[in-house]
Design a protein around this ligand. Structure first.
Ligand SMILES: [Zn+2]
Length: 376
């Protein structure tokens, strides 16, 4: 692994045009999305593929600052856009459901006829769930579900993505230990910063929590950054959670203790992440937590083992990142429900229609455009 890492990084030592490259690619995907919409594909697809509605997956509702070149890339939707999305759905007559209501509806087929629905879900417990998303949802009277990573909320585990991003943004090189070796990676140009972020983040995404903690501790002490304290900038506090819970508009779900990729853990570790995450989340919320979101949520990070654990400990629903709308038949897989990830990179395109009509999920299933599978 280490050799391929070095080779990968060598290939990225080019001058300052990284931002441009990324923007061009995103721009091309945007053009494709506009073209699909102009060809009226959503209108054609909707009858067969829109189902009864969908579970929309968001992360942050904010405008990323200039340095947030890594973790917020695609994860952030602006507050104005978020409000516009909700208003569009209200104008079109969608009902907004909490995850509990969604489970009720799926289990009572007679209620599946008529109004289409959406459920708004937010992963990772970012602070703007409270500062930006919650006020808009409250204003419009729509429910939201927020999946908490208890280690982040309790400030016991570093929000490594934000720390890594800040360290790379502020330094021309990154030195750290990994699997017993020392690495020194140049992070001078924007292109290098993006490439190094992507490379390191992809390793950390499948690493065990102890290894993540080790690298964050090393980076923190070398570069003078308190990774745990970054949680104060990015993550919900217990007081915010209590206020949201008391509103009756927000349903909280669990998202693991450390946001670990469960399939990369052994059985006992995976079970502990799910069981202890539920327990810690319940302590934070002050109520039973019946809903779960698998960290990362793809088939490489969860499987039948994780679904069984969720069933055994009494979760009512669990969501993945498999891209699809919701059909009545999904009542048979309440613990592996698909979602529609709203990618903030394309918030200025007809993304909402392309998702809710089932067009993009269908394209992904056909593998027509490989880029869709990776980026949407
Ligand atoms: Zn997550």
């Amino acid at each position: 692994m280490t050799l391929s890492w070095v080779l990968h990084l060598r290939g990225n030592r080019e001058p300052q045009n990284g931002r441009q490259d990324v923007d061009v690619k995103d721009g091309l995907v945007g053009v494709v999305l506009w073209s699909l919409s102009a060809a009226r594909l959503p209108a054609v697809m909707t009858k067969q593929y829109s189902g009864q509605g969908g579970i929309l997956a968001f992360h942050r509702v904010c405008r990323p600052t200039r340095h947030e070149f890594g973790s917020s890339n695609g994860l952030a939707v602006s507050p104005d856009k978020f409000r516009q999305i909700l208003q569009t759905l209200i104008d079109r007559g969608y009902s907004f459901l909490s995850m509990s209501e969604l489970a009720d509806r799926l289990m009572n087929p007679e209620t599946m006829i008529g109004q289409k629905f959406v459920a708004l879900t937010f992963d990772d417990g970012f602070v703007d769930n409270y500062t930006d998303a919650f006020p808009i949802c409250r204003d419009l009277g729509v429910p939201m579900t927020s999946y908490l990573v208890s280690g982040f909320v309790l400030r016991e585990f570093p929000l490594w993505s934000a720390g890594l991003e800040a360290t790379i943004a502020l330094n021309d090189a990154l030195e750290f230990p990994w699997e017993g070796k020392e690495f020194r990676l140049e992070t001078r140009t924007i292109k290098q910063k993006r490439a190094i972020y992507r490379t390191v983040a992809s390793r950390l995404a499948t690493a065990k929590p102890a290894a993540i903690l080790e690298i964050c501790t090393a980076l923190g002490s070398r570069y003078g950054l308190d990774f745990i304290k970054l949680g104060d900038t990015y993550t919900l506090t217990p007081a915010m959670i209590a206020e949201m819970q008391a509103s009756g508009l927000v349903e909280f779900g669990a998202h693991g203790v450390h946001h670990a990729s469960l399939a990369h853990l052994d059985s006992a570790e995976a079970r502990w992440e799910i069981v202890e995450g539920k327990r810690q989340c319940e302590a934070l919320v002050g109520a039973e937590v019946r809903h779960f979101a698998y960290p990362y949520g793809g088939s490489e990070s969860m499987g039948e083992r994780e679904v069984s654990i969720c069933r055994e400990i009494g979760f009512r629903t669990a969501v993945t990142t498999e891209s699809n709308t919701i059909f009545g038949s999904d009542r048979d897989r309440l613990l592996a429900l698909p979602r529609l990830t709203y990618n903030g990179k394309y918030q200025d395109t007809p993304l909402l229609d392309l998702l809710l009509s089932g067009t993009l999920p269908w394209l992904r299933r056909q593998k027509v455009v490989e880029a869709f599978r990776r980026t949407l």
